[in-house]
Ligand binder design. Structure first.
Ligand code: AMP
Ligand code: ZN
Ligand code: FE
Ligand code: FE
Length: 285
């Protein structure tokens, strides 16, 4: 059984529509796929409907923007109650922060000699409710300033880069509590990706397990090399938390993240399902 628990559609910063993504998952031989768009549930109904047609189990997920000491970190949530008022309010706030920082980024890009207009970015955003840096990157590509998203991040948009403007996000421990209060399962996404182990050191992850009952850690991710995966796996074993694996697929928006490139073990998925069943969550549409 092939299980991929982290993917993005055009409802956030991926390039496939939710239905296209589920068709691609079917084509890639996945039996279970979670749609985890950034800070929105808006793609889930369409993905679940396509999953029912193709007999692919679509897990209702989310990648929630969080922060630690001002740095951006990501939390995967599965099966949270999408009508939960506190979670809903938080998602509105974080999407507002995404939209609100756009002007500041555009001012910097202009000063840097690579201007794009708000309209050009919004054309890339389309009807996504979640404005992301990849959309700004796409506008830079479209304007001929960079070749691809990678170059846009490397030269301008990466954390600490010359056009990076921080945005609001909930503190990580509170984010985990929010997901749990909504009946969801909480898994930290790519904690040590892109050389960011210092942002979420092992001692702090241990605190999250102890003080916030963190459910799991995404171990097998393309931003983790073999050594990082090995050390994270050992930590999950010693703490008794779940170790997941996933692609973080973004369609053509991220190279080397093909569906199913990393997968989650069936036993781990079974345990996530049990926890959701216990919290009374409907996994499927
Ligand atoms: P944002 O959600 O606006 O904070 O932008 C972060 C998103 O941009 C991440 O979820 C990734 O999908 C993407 N991203 C971050 N760094 C890079 C990079 N170096 N190259 C391409 N995409 C990236
Ligand atoms: Zn993304
Ligand atoms: Fe992420
Ligand atoms: Fe992601």
């Amino acid at each position: 059984m092939r299980i991929d628990l982290h993917t993005h559609s055009s409802v956030s910063d991926g390039t496939d529509t939710p239905a296209e993504l589920v068709r691609a998952a079917h084509g890639a031989g996945l039996e279970v796929v979670a749609l985890t768009d950034h800070d929105t549930f808006a793609g889930l109904d369409a993905a679940v409907a396509e999953g029912e047609r193709l007999d692919v189990q679509v897990v209702r997920g989310l990648e929630l923007s969080c922060s630690r000491q001002g740095a951006s970190v990501h939390l995967l949530a599965y099966g949270a109650n999408e009508a939960d008022p506190d979670l809903t309010e938080e998602l509105v706030r974080v999407r507002g922060g995404r939209r609100g920082r756009l002007g500041g980024v555009l001012e910097r890009l202009e000063v840097l000699g690579v201007p794009v207009s708000e309209a050009e970015v919004l054309a890339q955003v389309g009807d996504s409710p979640s404005v992301g840096r990849p959309h700004i990157a796409d506008a830079l590509v479209e304007a001929g300033h960079v070749r691809d998203r990678t170059e846009a991040f490397d030269r301008f948009l990466a954390d600490g880069g010359p056009a990076h403007v921080p945005r609001y996000a909930i503190e990580l421990g509170r984010g985990i509590d929010l997901v749990h209060a909504a009946g969801g399962v909480a898994v930290i996404a790519h904690p040590w990706g892109r050389g960011r182990e210092h942002v979420l050191p092992a001692g702090f992850l241990a605190d999250l397990v102890r003080d916030h009952q963190l459910d799991g850690i995404e171990v097998d991710h393309q931003d983790h090399d073999a050594e990082v995966r090995h050390r994270l796996r050992r930590l999950t074993e010693s703490w008794g938390v779940l170790a997941t694996g996933s692609s973080d697929y973004h369609g053509t928006g991220k190279v080397n993240h093909d569906l199913g490139v990393n997968t989650t073990a069936p036993e781990v998925w079974a345990e996530i399902s049990r926890r959701l069943a216990r919290s009374g969550t409907q996994l499927r549409g």
